[in-house]
Design a protein around this ligand. Structure first.
Ligand SMILES: NC(=O)c1ccc[n+]([C@@H]2O[C@H](COP(=O)([O-])OP(=O)(O)OC[C@H]3O[C@@H](n4cnc5c(N)ncnc54)[C@H](OP(=O)(O)O)[C@@H]3O)[C@@H](O)[C@H]2O)c1
Length: 305
């Protein structure tokens, strides 16, 4: 069964589940171009066609790793949508100009970052460029200017943001010619903020699908023995796993996100092809309303008022 898709613009849709490259450089499962290609080909075969990057992932190394692998199977590029991000500037090896971690939404930085992403990813265009973090020094008109130039030059098709509050989103949108296509935020049964702070309300109001990072709490859901909320949630999710015949509790956690009316796009972080396959089963799980609330109550630690 092919994965459903979310329409983000007239000529842009993303797969309902995306895959993210953040952990590409630190995973014991990834040791060669072939490992990357096996993962990407599995994702594409499953209908997971949206690939999430950022310039800084792996200390500015993940885009290049991915691009080098892609260069060996360049026919795959047209089968995927590439998302990448810019504006975080890391003080790390190879970046002596960054004396401190900071954000940079200047036109100069955005244009230079895109040039570097295109080079590293070995592609001639990016499907969606996101500002990675809200920058308190952001001049919205200057960002708009950069976005217009990138669009005009055919280097970036669409734009969005990540980790923006509703007011930050509205500020930037007010200066842009085209609607932004997403706000990528953290959400999971372990991180409920955007469900209640207006972030997802704004997305539903504007019919924009948010992308969701760390949909499994970045593995805390499975591994963290000291996380009291995760420990409390596990048996509840396990009951649901049995009831809905899911491969694991992770699929229930993803189905819980997919039930949100803002039509989110969870970005999976696994580096294991078999876990990508399991995750797609979450798309056919329809949690009963009261089961959805049972998980919410376990996550919050108190009943709804
Ligand atoms: N915009 C932002 O600020 C931002 C921030 C962070 C991340 N992101 C994006 O979001 C993507 C996903 O984030 P994430 O990696 O934290 O997502 P995640 O899917 O919540 O966590 C992935 C981690 O969970 C582990 N895992 C998955 N299924 C498991 C299972 N059944 N049992 C045990 N461990 C399991 C994975 O290990 P295995 O590899 O071993 O499966 C991996 O270490 C990133 O790749 C990146 O693209 C964006």
């Amino acid at each position: 069964m092919s994965l459903s898709r979310r329409k983000l613009a007239n000529d842009l849709s993303f797969s309902t589940l995306a895959w993210g490259a953040w952990r590409l450089r630190n995973s014991p499962d990834i040791n060669s171009d072939n490992d990357i290609l096996r993962l990407v080909e599995t994702a594409l075969d499953l209908g997971i066609t949206t690939i999430d990057h950022a310039d800084i992932y792996g200390n500015y190394g993940c885009e290049e790793l991915f691009g080098n692998a892609l260069a060996k199977a360049s026919h795959l590029r047209q089968k995927m949508e590439i998302v990448t991000k810019c504006d975080i500037a890391l003080a790390c090896e190879g970046k002596p100009e960054n004396r401190i971690n900071h954000y940079n939404t200047s036109k100069k930085h955005i244009l230079a970052s895109v040039e570097s992403s295109l080079r590293n990813l070995r592609t001639d265009h990016i499907d969606a460029l996101l500002l990675h973090r809200p920058d308190p020094l952001m001049i919205a008109d200057e960002v708009a200017d950069a976005f217009n130039q990138l669009k005009r030059d055919g280097k970036v098709r669409y734009f969005g943001v990540s980790n923006f509050t509703p007011s930050q989103f509205n500020l930037l949108q007010s200066r842009l010619e085209a609607p932004m296509i997403t706000n990528q935020v953290e959400c999971s049964v372990l991180e409920l903020a955007p469900v209640f702070d207006g972030t997802f309300d704004l997305m539903q109001q504007n019919r924009i699908s948010p992308m969701i990072w760390s949909p499994l709490g970045g593995a805390r859901l499975f591994r963290d023995k000291d996380d009291a909320v995760a420990a409390h949630l596990r048996p509840v999710l396990e009951d649901m796993r049995v009831k809905y015949d899911a491969p694991g509790i992770g699929e229930i956690a993803i189905a819980w996100l997919l039930a949100l009316p803002c039509q989110p796009i969870p970005v999976l972080g696994t580096m294991k092809p078999e876990r990508l396959k399991d995750a797609t089963t979450a798309c056919s799980i329809r949690l009963d309303r009261q089961d959805w609330f049972t998980i919410l109550v376990a996550a919050q630690g108190h009943p709804v008022p």
